[in-house]
Design a protein. Structure first.
Length: 597
């Protein structure tokens, strides 16, 4: 009975501790307030069977859509720097501003027109008002390629609630503005030096009945009169992401199927990220027939942002499809984005985050370490395929080195610390030594309560396992000779040690130099050592190779327990590196007060 009461009291205490309450702000039944968006009926959809096999046309709207979403918009100098970087990356279409909004935007547009390479189209956005359209067209006069981007809200919510505009009025307005743009651009004989293109966005396309989106775009197309060589751009934005990406893909496929003269139309997607599905929406939109993707680097933009073009592009890249954009210097892009946008890049951002190529988990680290070993073996046979556990992209491809791939904290296993030692010191630790050293590293990380830096891990290994020549015992000289009187050609060794600065001579016999040296130190220090493990490898190439030797010995400690210890020695001579590994063990035992000198 008392036990049962104690259990009940414990459960009651847990309830109080967790402060469990009924729903307060969120609705228990949200269907009373919200309803699922219904897309077009598309029972015979084809996009799920499609794959992205080539790069779409890309439009960066960092300087327009991205810039308008910044708490502290870019200065003209910052926009110039950002524009230059976008051109270097390879963007051929860049939306630079809303020229009619301010003199600053107008002036920057003129800078873009005057400095852009001939194959880069300058895109500018304007509302559907005559005086704003005229000012916008004026801003790109003289450009080799210019895209005038007009938009009109088409969703029922915006037409009814915001603009009080019928569908018929919306179609008439869109047609009127299109004809105005046409008269000011490609129909004006004095402005034929520019290749003029039109982009029309049925704003809030994601929340617009698909039939009406096609209807208004048909009217705009008829007014503009596009050609196969210079198609009209219909940008179909998920202005607010209201449904899952498959619904958006259905909308795109419906539009692509039903718009007439498809060969004269470039279908563009512009996903926002309200539901966190912007990248998926862009990818499925391209699978559904879209020709072009609009967005920003690192997903900047209103609310939760535009689709991250870097993620979409590198997703293609890791599927073996060239995105025709160059992100070789991802760190440089991060730096300029953070400088100009004044927004930090999230450390977990796909591809670009500082932690996305880092493994802390022991099992992850071990798998990656083995992956790199296999990769080196395949590379020797000419196989360049990237087959790496946990890393879909080779960090080197975007200008990152391998130093950040494995990082070590108290959660890390043997593979993590061993990777650092291999990359930093060139030492390929035997597996049992990896296991032993990982406990040393974990203990240190626990004590410090943080991740360990590579230099700290290197120093830990040197402190516990390596001969450094600055310890209590050092090797001055040695000679090893065959015992000619012995039938089995045993070895004799004489060594000069320096112990606490004083010379000490030791000698011993064995089947080889190592066993002879073990015999010598066993007699001198009064502890019987036995070699149980031996490994060696070269550190470099050429005649000046250094040898790394790893020796594990066992002995009985003061309580009679059998204990194993590892040591590591590095020297041009493999024999001397072996003796140094043994002396490293002695020095560690002295630090631990397990032997006296």
């Amino acid at each position: 009975m008392f036990k049962q009461s104690a259990v009940l009291l414990e459960k009651a205490a847990q309830k109080v501790a967790y402060n469990i309450k009924p729903y307060k702000n969120m609705l228990k039944d949200p269907s009373k307030k919200y309803s699922a968006f219904k897309g077009p009926k598309l029972a015979d959809r084809t996009w799920p069977n499609n794959a992205i096999t080539k790069a779409p046309r890309w439009l960066s709207t960092d300087l327009r859509d991205g810039n308008q979403a910044l708490p502290d918009p870019m200065s003209v100098a910052e926009k110039k720097e950002y524009f230059k970087k976008l051109v270097e990356v390879g963007f051929k279409e860049i939306e630079v501003s809303f020229p009619s909004a301010s003199q600053t935007d107008f002036d920057f547009t003129r800078y873009a027109v005057e400095t852009a390479p001939d194959d880069v189209a300058i895109q500018v956005l304007t509302q559907s008002r005559e005086h704003l359209v005229r000012r916008t067209v004026e801003s790109v006069i003289g450009a080799k390629k210019a895209i005038i981007h007009i938009y009109l809200a088409t969703s029922d919510t915006f037409r009814d609630v915001v603009f009080n505009m019928s569908k018929e009025e919306a179609v008439a307005k869109a047609t009127e503005i299109t004809k105005l743009v046409k008269s000011l651009t490609k129909d004006d004989p004095k402005r034929q030096e520019t290749q003029w293109s039109l982009e029309f966005s049925p704003e809030c396309f994601s929340d617009t009945p698909s039939e009406f989106a096609v209807e208004i775009c048909e009217a705009v197309k008829k007014a503009w009169e596009p050609t196969v060589e210079n198609p009209i751009i219909f940008n179909l934005p998920a202005t607010v992401e209201v449904a899952s990406p498959n619904i958006y893909a259905d909308q795109i496929e419906y539009f692509c199927r039903n718009i007439s003269e498809r060969e004269k139309v470039c279908v563009s997607v512009h996903p926002h990220n309200d539901r966190g599905c912007g990248v998926a929406a862009a990818e499925l939109g391209v699978m559904a027939g879209a020709d072009r993707v609009e967005g920003c680097l690192f997903g900047n933009g209103e609310r939760t942002g535009n689709v991250d073009l870097i993620t979409v592009a590198l997703n293609m890249y890791t599927n073996g499809v060239s995105p025709e954009l160059d992100f070789s210097d991802i760190e440089g892009l991060i730096a300029i984005s953070e400088k100009c946008n004044k927004i930090p890049t999230h450390p977990r951002a796909p591809y670009s985050g500082s932690l996305v190529v880092s493994a802390f988990s022991g099992s992850h680290q071990d798998a990656i370490k083995k992956g790199f070993t296999k990769a080196e073996q395949r590379a020797a046979t000419g196989d360049e395929a990237w087959k790496m556990p946990y890393l879909p992209l080779d960090p080197k491809d975007i200008g990152r080195n391998y130093e950040a791939v494995i990082r070590v904290n108290s959660q890390s296993g043997k593979g993590g610390a061993a990777w650092i030692i291999l990359r930093s010191l060139g030492l390929d630790l035997p597996r049992t030594l990896q296991v032993e050293f990982s406990s040393v590293v974990q203990h240190e990380a626990d004590n410090l309560g943080r991740e360990l830096k590579s230099e700290e891990i290197n120093n830990l290994f040197k402190k516990h396992y390596m001969y450094t020549g600055k310890s209590v015992i050092t090797l001055e000289d040695y000679t090893s000779t065959k015992n000619k009187k012995s039938e089995n050609n045993s070895r004799e060794i004489s060594a000069l040690l320096r112990v606490n600065g004083k010379p000490v001579e030791i000698s011993g016999r064995g089947n080889g130099p190592i066993s002879a040296f073990i015999d010598a130190i066993s007699k001198h220090f009064g502890i019987m050592f036995e070699v149980v493990n031996y490994n060696e490898h070269n550190l470099g190439s050429g005649n000046q190779d250094k040898a790394a030797t790893y020796i594990e010995v066992s002995y009985l400690n003061s309580t009679g327990d059998k204990v194993n210890r590892w040591g590591c020695g590095v020297d041009n001579d493999v024999g001397e590196s072996s003796l140094k590994a043994i002396i490293a063990i002695l020095n560690d035992l002295i630090k631990k007060r397990e032997i006296q000198v």
